[in-house]
Design a protein around this ligand. Sequence first.
Ligand code: ADP
Ligand code: ADP
Length: 226
Amino acid sequence: MLELRQVETWYGNIQALKGIDISVRPGEIITLIGANGAGKSTTLMTISGLVPPRRGEILFEGKSIHERAPDAIVALGICQVPEGRHIFPSLTVAENLDMGAFLRRDRLAIRNDLDYVFDLFPILAERRHQPGGTLSGGEQQMLAISRALMARPKLLLLDEPSLGLAPLVVRLIFQIIRKINSENETTIFLVEQNAHMALQVAHRGYVLENGEILMEGTADTLLHNE
Ligand code: ADP
Ligand code: ADP
């Protein structure tokens, strides 16, 4: 579904990604794990077109996307939840969710999807008329994920959803990630510093270090190499 081939990304004369190869099959949850500064966010931003690669290619469903603009990449069905719970703090929960569906026209399908995310995260239904900024950190992360789901992505890119959240909240969010993946075949690309948690939810993983892929394997293999 998604293929990165020998991708190199640079910030000026700093090379953040040094020729990485990653392939994601439809329907799987893959995780990219690595320490702070390894290049995880850069990988996601490279896929979503925010920081285009200097060399290499990226294919999505067979089409090359590494020269496309970010909004064209979103339109293909790739949706990113950036690090740090990006929501609109002064808009209500319901308005935030509506923003996620801005590219869509079918009001009935949008309503169905709204019911679906409220079913995944009942707390968001309770808080639907509250400004996003009044939610707790965990609730804001739930809202950020839900807003991305409202776009009905084929591929969902998640940047460190566990960052700064209590273990119980992280467990709930990871359970929901599994559910989203198994119920509607949304392919998930999960970036995490928390390798142990990520490998419990993912099918397969890549370990990134200093902009290079160090290891690749099933979650089981990588868990035993930790
Ligand atoms: P991670 O997400 O794994 O923490 P990043 O992708 O954020 O890693 O960063 C990878 C490398 O690129 C780091 O060395 C970081 O300092 C560098 N980097 C990230 N963003 C920029 C930027 N805007 N300008 C220059 N260097 C950057
Ligand atoms: P339909 O095409 O009839 O909506 P689907 O099998 O695509 O049926 O979806 C089943 C349910 O899952 C629907 O309620 C839909 O709203 C929800 N759903 C499907 N895909 C997604 C997605 N990527 N994000 C959020 N909800 C979804």
